[in-house]
Write a protein that binds this ligand. Structure first.
Ligand SMILES: NC(=O)C1=CN([C@@H]2O[C@H](COP(=O)(O)OP(=O)(O)OC[C@H]3O[C@@H](n4cnc5c(N)ncnc54)[C@H](OP(=O)(O)O)[C@@H]3O)[C@@H](O)[C@H]2O)[C@H](O)CC1
Ligand code: K
Length: 520
């Protein structure tokens, strides 16, 4: 099942409703501590005799830590606790937890450095969702001490969020905790799935507090392999190639054949009935040579002012034979590509995927983006391209606003790609590898998206394809080295990645890939 993701403010509302139903804040804190205790023991593999150092702040995050110390003692672990702001700063529930800890025979160590000596596991209960901005002292110093201990090999469990990480936006303070496991409480917070925050969390575990209700609407979703595989098309038995979808790729101006080749390969490897690539003459030959499975043709000269109307008309006519059009990879910049993109956005009555130069062209004619249109539009900008479209700094966690403003599905590419559809659904991609941060991988993705939409324009499929492309990047990195993956290797890995998502552990000659009805 897709994982629902919420903002910290939503989780606070869930808390408030739980209080209205009669659940006490104390009970929630005890539940939180129970999840932390399990995570600590799971990480270490044992509990009895385990030396656990818990660094606490003065808020409820610190209160969770004090409750944890008591629970760990109950199972025979040795908890060392430091309240970095001083125990006298605690008020309310954290103060109640402190008193319970002291009544249980626990003690408090005043210096974080001293508390960390000899720890097998450390727990970051410094700052949670109530904190904002750059951690101030004494938190700052405590975070540095925790980092130094981790550098010596002592793992860190973060309570709710790694301190210094913004659980709404995914931004990370200059001084922030890097955890090995993060136990996120109540419901998964969206910012923890976004980068750079995701890189600070380690394994993400959700600690259910019984506060999430059916009516809670997540701001985003995260797909796993099975979710993504189920969303992706599976060829109906007996289908002929036209029924399996036809993609037209408009890419590759003169001298820019590589992008056209990669986008065409993306579509072919993703599996679709027919792929046609329209490119400038030299690029067309390159595509024909590199991807024999695709049909190829040329578009007129987009650079020639007198001819570009004819080129645009030709592309629109050819699009009549396609279910989906992908435009942009290596299309070039200037009046011709801009006129073509504008015509496609305004006049094409087919789903349209715009990538790379086509996104740049669209930034030249922003009125085309907001005008009513007859097609489903998917934009796949990387950060630089998105910045041109929004004309200012980009926040990927605002992709859903961009999608609503433009009536388009926005795939905001980067680590933890965010896909937002105009109907208000948002997905944060959990797959991928730094191997994808190399030229041409976006072209592969655009072709793949074209292929999956050729059967059915379900926009959740776009998010599933982003997940699939991420898995292909991981598979290519595993076969080679993350530092040495070229985009063509990502395209090569697309079919195997899908087989693995479907539950196939690896190549097994002769073994059929299970059909959807056998898997569900
Ligand atoms: N449903 C749940 O998820 C539950 C979560 N619990 C835990 O509660 C925390 C949130 O607790 P809260 O008390 O709201 O906040 P924090 O513990 O995160 O701490 C806030 C204190 O931090 C100070 N602060 C704020 N910003 C900074 C900063 N940049 N540098 C230093 N200090 C900062 C702030 O003090 P001020 O005096 O500055 O206002 C606060 O005192 C949640 O994360 C969970 O761990 C519940 O236990 C169970 C239900
Ligand atoms: K924390």
């Amino acid at each position: 099942m897709p994982t629902p993701l919420f903002t910290p403010a939503q989780v606070r509302e869930m808390d408030a409703r739980a209080f209205d139903r009669g659940t006490s804040a104390d009970a929630l804190m005890e539940r939180a501590a129970g999840h932390l205790e399990r995570a600590v023991r799971d990480l270490a593999g044992y509990g009895y005799g385990l030396r656990v150092t818990i660094l606490c702040g003065k808020g409820n995050n610190g209160g969770d830590g004090l409750a944890l110390a008591r629970r760990l003692t109950d199972v025979g672990a040795r908890a060392t606790v430091c309240v970095v702001t001083g125990e006298e700063t605690l008020e309310g529930l954290p103060a109640v937890q402190r008193d319970r800890w002291l009544a249980r025979g626990g003690t408090l160590v005043s210096s974080p450095q001293e508390a960390l000596v000899g720890a097998d596991v450390t727990v970051d209960c410094l700052l949670g969702t109530g904190a904002a901005g750059e951690p101030r002292d004494p938190y700052r110093t405590a975070i540095a001490a925790l980092a130094a201990e981790r550098a010596q090999g002592t793992p860190v469990v973060a309570c709710d969020v790694p301190s210094g990480v913004d659980a709404e936006t995914g931004t990370v303070a200059e001084r922030a905790v890097t955890a090995d496991v993060t136990v996120t409480l109540g419901a998964e917070k969206v910012g923890l799935r976004m980068w750079p925050a995701r890189g600070r969390c380690g394994d993400l575990v959700t600690g259910d507090l019984g506060i999430l209700e059916r009516r809670d609407e997540p701001v985003a979703w995260s797909l796993d392999d099975r979710d993504a595989d189920h969303l992706l098309p599976f060829p109906p038995p007996g289908a002929h190639k036209r029924q399996r979808g036809r993609v037209l790729i408009v890419a590759g101006a003169q001298g820019m054949s590589g992008a056209a080749v990669l986008a065409t390969r993306g579509a072919v490897e993703a599996g679709v009935g027919l792929v046609t690539c329209l490119a400038a003459p030299g690029s067309r030959d390159a595509v024909a040579g590199a991807v024999p499975e695709a049909l190829t043709a040329t578009f007129g000269d987009l650079d020639d002012r007198d001819d570009h109307d004819a080129a645009v008309a030709d592309v629109l006519a050819r699009a009549q034979d396609a279910d989906v059009v992908v435009a942009g990879p290596g299309l070039g910049r200037g009046g011709g590509p801009t006129a073509l993109v504008r015509a496609l956005v305004e006049r094409l009555e087919r789903p349209l995927v715009l990538d790379a130069d086509a996104v740049n062209a669209l930034a030249e004619v922003p009125e085309a983006l907001t005008a009513p249109r007859a097609n489903a539009l998917v934009l796949t900008p990387h950060e630089g391209e998105l910045a041109r479209l929004v004309d200012g700094p980009v926040q990927r966690n605002r992709a859903s606003e961009y999608a609503a403003d433009w009536g388009a599905t926005v795939v905001a590419k980067g680590p933890g790609t965010v896909t937002a559809s105009p109907d208000g659904r948002t997905w944060v991609c959990a797959s991928g590898s730094v191997a994808l941060a190399t030229g041409g991988t976006g072209d592969v993705l655009s072709g793949m998206i074209g292929a999956v939409l050729a059967g059915d324009v379900d926009l959740a499929r776009v998010a599933a394809t982003v997940h699939w492309h991420g898995r292909a990047g991981e598979a290519a990195a595993a076969l080679r080295h993350p530092a040495a993956v070229r985009a063509g290797a990502v395209a090569d890995a697309v079919p195997t990645a899908r087989a693995r998502m479907a539950g196939d552990p690896g190549p097994r000659p002769g073994a059929p890939i299970p059909r959807p009805e056998d898997r569900r």
